[in-house]
Design a protein around this ligand. Structure first.
Ligand code: PGA
Length: 251
């Protein structure tokens, strides 16, 4: 049985004091989280350690990006082992904002995924189409290419350590959400392609999250879809009330 994962993506929000306050207010409610649901907050790198210290065992803390090299002359970058050393357990990779604003390519992203697995962090690999691609019926093709280059070069053992987040770009931060039918259709497609590549056993274990304007009022129906195993939550993860309501929607 797959577990649910509800992961917050704080993006570039919160200073130290605000981060400690939000992390501890989420963590203080961990006894109310459903038993079948894991909870993660992905926070800006300088805030990871403080958030780890503010959270009990009921909440994991992750990062939002990393470099693919172990160390070196890469001004401004952060390595996987640095993230690990401050207590991160997971790292988002290939978020559409990184692809679009910072020019990350599928090849770059594949290297980051490999570095995370080697370094012992769980990658949360993001994929998803832009609005014109959906309007032209190209969403399956676009997601397939992202999966092929980003993930399908991994071994079975490596792939089994990956979490995937399907995030249609047109739904991120827009207030527009994929309908449960749209989410289920593409999640089922992703699981089927994983099954073709890595086999039924691995496909049935892979956690597939939905992201894109997931809120307390739509989380229940999205999480009820058979191939949706939780969510990657942006805006609604910045307040503990709405984030915890979404966590409870998984139960
Ligand atoms: P959103 O962001 O929930 O604010 O749409 C989701 C994400 O970008 O991961």
């Amino acid at each position: 049985m797959r577990r649910y994962l509800v992961a917050g993506n704080w993006k570039m929000h919160k200073n130290l004091e605000e981060a400690k306050e939000l992390a501890s207010s989420i963590s203080n409610l961990s006894s109310s989280f459903p038993n079948n649901t894991d909870v993660l907050i992905c926070v800006p790198a300088p805030l990871i350690e403080a958030c780890v210290n503010s959270c009990d065992n009921g909440v994991w803390v992750g990062a939002q990006n990393c470099h693919f090299k172990t160390e070196g002359a890469f001004t401004g970058e952060v390595s996987v082992s640095m993230l690990k050393s401050v207590g991160a357990t997971h790292c988002i990779v290939g978020h559409s904002e990184r692809r679009q604003i910072f020019g990350e390519t599928d090849q770059n992203i594949a290297m980051k995924v490999a570095a995370l697995i080697t370094g012992g962090l769980t990658p949360i690999f993001c994929c998803g189409e832009q609005l014109p691609e959906r309007q032209n019926g190209k969403h399956f093709e676009v997601v397939m290419q992202q999966l092929e280059i980003g993930l399908f070069g991994l071994s079975d053992d490596q792939f089994s350590k990956v979490i995937i987040a399907y995030e249609p770009v047109w739904a991120i931060g827009t207030g527009e959400t994929a309908t449960p039918e749209q989410a289920q259709e593409i999640h089922a497609f992703i699981r089927q392609e994983i099954s073709k590549k890595f086999g039924e056993g691995i496909a049935s274990q892979t956690q597939l999250l939905y992201g894109g304007s997931c809120k307390p009022d739509n989380a229940v129906e999205l999480f009820a879809c058979p191939d949706v195993d939780g969510g990657l939550i942006g805006g609604a993860a910045l307040r503990s009330e709405s984030f915890v309501q979404i966590i409870k929607a998984a139960g």
